[in-house]
Each structure stands twice: as C-alpha cells, then as structure tokens.
Design a protein around this ligand. Structure first.
Ligand code: EPZ
Length: 418
C-alpha cells in the first residue's frame, strides 16, 4: 500500500488543471448500458473507481477501451446482468447499473453494496423505485434480484434528495413505457451532466437542473457522437482550500466556478480571494484565516464532499468554527487523525467544534475514506514538520495524481511504499 509524505509550510503557487468529474463519469459510464451503439466518453479521469467501473462493464460483457482520457464503450455485446459482491463491495456506485439493466434487459442481479466508513449508505430508495416501475424485486443472499417484462413509467418522490437514487430512476425512465416523474430529485451538477448525456443520446427529459424531472420513455437510445464530462467541482474545491491553507496564489484551469457558489461564498468569508480570469480561477490565500460555520446540505448548499477539507482549513483559523454534517452519519473520521496533529476539535453528534490554532504538528496519520485522505494532506501542507498519510488507496479512488499536481504547485510532497 502507498503512503504520502508531506513537509509542511510551503506556499503553493502556479497552475493546476482539474480533471473530469468522478461523480459525473460513473453514472454516464453506467448509462452506456442503455445505448444501441458504441460511445466515446471524453475528459474521463484515470481513477480507481473508474477502473473498477470499467471492470464491472466488462463483467457484464461490454467492450471497453481507455486511452488518454477517452473511454470507448461498446455496450451491444452485454450478455450478463450480475454485478458481483466482490466488486460492488469495493465501489458502492456499482448500484448505478440497476436502473439501466432493468430498463434495457428487464433483469438485474446487483449485490447490495453494504455500508462504508462514512455511513450505512442504504439503497432502499433505489429498490422501492424499481418496484414503482412495476419490476419484480426480491432481496436474496445479499443481492437485489430484479425481473420485469417492461418498466412502466411512474411517479417517484424521494423522501430526501439522493444523487445516485435520482440517477438510477432517471436512467430507468428513459426506456420505460410512458412518463416518469421524479419529485424531490437531487440537482447536483453531476445529475445534470448525466441528464444532458441521456438527452444527447435521444432521451426525452424535462426539468433538467431542477428538483422535478419528467422523463418521457422512448424505444431506443443512440448517441449522436462522443460526450465530454464536466470538470470535477470537488477536486476544484480541494485545490481552492489547498491555496487558502498555504497562503498560496494558484490558477485553477479547466473548471466551472458556477458549480461551487456555496463553497466560493464560504471561502470568501474566510478571507480567500477568488476571481475569474480569462484562463481560469485565481485563488489567493489570506494572511489570517477567519473561522466560519458550515452546515452541509444537498446542492446548491455546501457539499458534504468538501466538509473534511474545510475542517482542515478551520484547524488553522483565528477563532471557533461549528461544522454540522447533515448528510452522512459518520463523516468525521478525519477529525480523530487531525487531532493526532494537535488540532483542537470536539465532536458532539453530527457537529464538530473546531478551535483554530496558529499551527499543527506533522504526524503519522491514516486515511479512512476518500475526502478524509484529502483533508489530512491539506493539513500536512501547513503543519510544522513531516506528515505521513497512510492507506492512500482511498485518495486514488477519487483524485487523479493529486500528489503530482500538488508537487507542481511547489508542495514538498512524495509518494512511497508503506
Ligand atoms: C453521492 O452518493 C456521491 N457519490 C457521494 O460522493 C456524495 O457524498 C453524495 O452523493 C451526497 O452528495 C456518487 O455520486 C458516486 P445520496 P450517494 O444517495 O448517491 C440517504 C464522494 O466522496 N439515502 O445522495 O450514495 C443516504 O444515507 C462520494 O465522492 C437513503 O436513505 O448519496 C444519505 O443520508 C461520497 N436511501 C442521503 O440519502 C437511499 O436509497 C444522501 O445520499 C439512498 C440514499
């Protein structure tokens, strides 16, 4: 297993290119199952989760080829409808094949993903929605077994917005008989990117970008040409915070600032200067990091996927910051490791109270999940001395060459074997 070693206190400067979005490309790869012909997806980041999803599609029988950020998928050879436990347990997003397999083939055997470090991560909305489409769904031996002659368009209202839940229902609706209406849909940019991909392939979807989606079922989907995935807004936010934490001055390229209003507003309250330039987003870190309070919420609120990174920044703030995590029940694992670096954090239920300090001290720490690993590296950029972050495979699930990109920005960082 790899670890990353960071020597603290170097200011970041220079330019960084943002990769394609992990949480947009995974549902779009899954949506290729619906297509009657091959597709090339562009701006695909080379991540562990992308490689895992490619393996899953090959297990289903699709032909796949990845070359220089382009992913060729030929779904016309799919002849297997089972997503096995051994693969699904390594990547929960595998649940995203349920809707497309149900819609295209009327059968699916998808392992229940089980929980992960940040929470139980139930999929009850996905299962109940498939039943609403008229499919026969049984849970047996840890698998979702689905059979259905043809899906019938339905009305589905989410109890709470679910990103992959909305994506599964939207994909299933594209080939269902009649109309499907989704209420209380998630409106994350990644959901919108999937909808745009489906419409580019002939789907009929109204209300894109809103929390009410109407999908008019069609008989087949054929991509017009290739499709380029949006930039990763969570990676963008992570580099904004990297500049903020090191009093840096960086230019972030290939990203869309409009997907990050809540984060940009909060970082401006911290004292970070964020301005749009002709070729990117300029982010200049403040001399004094002001403390702010945040509460995570579904888009367009403050994203839960940036909570851990902001907590690292607040460890160095002047004052006290209250961080409330409302989406996942166990998404403070990074706080225990930050406390090993002498951070002053108190956890009370789903709230973390962070008392900022002049500095932290480098230490050996352990990554527990994807965004926690980014948070620990960010803290190591400013902490005095050396920080060693182990179990870096978590980081590689969702960041493309994160350590190399930071090194190019003048961070003293290296990857080595544990
Ligand atoms: C997506 O996960 C993202 N993953 C997550 O990103 C992200 O944190 C999350 O949305 C919230 O924005 C992908 O897009 C691949 P949800 P998802 O369904 O869809 C509850 C990262 O770091 N819920 O929107 O699994 C659930 O427990 C990852 O990149 C049910 O109760 O999240 C949570 O409290 C981590 N039943 C809330 O809904 C269900 O059937 C929102 O979860 C489904 C969800």
């Amino acid at each position: 297993m790899d670890k990353i070693i960071i020597e603290g206190c170097s200011r970041l400067f220079g330019e960084v290119e943002i990769s394609g979005s992990k949480n947009a490309v995974l549902p779009i790869i899954s949506a290729s199952i619906l297509l009657d012909s091959p597709i090339v997806i562009k701006n695909v980041p080379y991540l562990r989760d992308v490689v895992t999803f490619m393996k899953l599609l090959e297990i289903l029988g699709a032909k796949i080829n990845y070359d220089k950020k382009s992913l060729f998928i030929d779904p016309t050879t799919i002849n297997n409808f089972e997503a096995p436990y051994d693969l699904v347990k390594t990547m929960r997003a595998s649940i995203l094949v349920l809707g497309p397999l149900a819609a295209k083939f009327g059968k699916a055997k998808v392992s229940l993903p089980g929980g992960c470090a940040i929470g139980a991560r139930p999929v009850n909305f996905h299962v109940s929605a498939m039943k609403k489409f008229g499919a026969n769904v049984e849970i047996e031996d840890g698998y979702i077994n689905l059979n259905s002659k043809k899906l019938n368009g339905c009305f589905y209202c989410f109890d709470i917005p679910s990103v992959t839940g909305t994506e599964n229902v939207m994909m299933a609706g594209t080939l269902a008989d009649g109309d499907t209406i989704i209420e209380n849909a998630a409106t994350e940019p990644e959901v919108t990117d999937l909808a745009n991909f489906l419409v580019a392939s002939g789907a009929k979807i109204d209300g894109i970008g809103t929390n009410k989606l109407t999908i008019k079922g069609v008989t087949k989907l054929k991509p017009k040409k290739d499709y380029s995935v949006i930039a990763d807004r969570i990676e963008t936010a992570t580099f904004m915070i990297a500049s903020a934490i090191t009093e840096g001055n960086i230019l972030i390229k290939n990203s869309n600032i409009n997907h990050l209003d809540a984060v940009v507003n909060k970082l401006r309250d911290v004292g970070v200067k964020i301005t749009k330039e002709s070729d990117g987003i300029r982010v200049v870190g403040p001399g004094v990091i002001k403390s702010v309070d945040i509460q995570t919420s579904p888009y367009p609120g403050f994203p839960t996927d940036v909570q851990a990174q902001l907590m690292a920044l607040m460890c160095f703030s002047k004052g006290l910051s209250v961080i409330k995590e409302t989406i996942f029940e166990n998404r403070f694992m990074h706080s225990n490791e930050l406390m090993r670096m002498d951070a002053d954090i108190q956890i009370q239920g789903n709230t973390a109270i962070v008392r900022g300090k002049e500095s932290l001290t480098g230490a050996k720490v352990m990554a527990s999940d994807l965004r926690a690993s980014a948070s620990l590296i960010l803290a190591g950029l400013r902490a005095k001395g050396k920080t060693e972050v182990s179990r870096i495979y978590h980081l590689d699930r969702g960041y493309e060459r994160f350590d190399l990109k930071l090194e190019k920005l003048n961070a003293k960082i290296e990857r080595s074997k544990e």
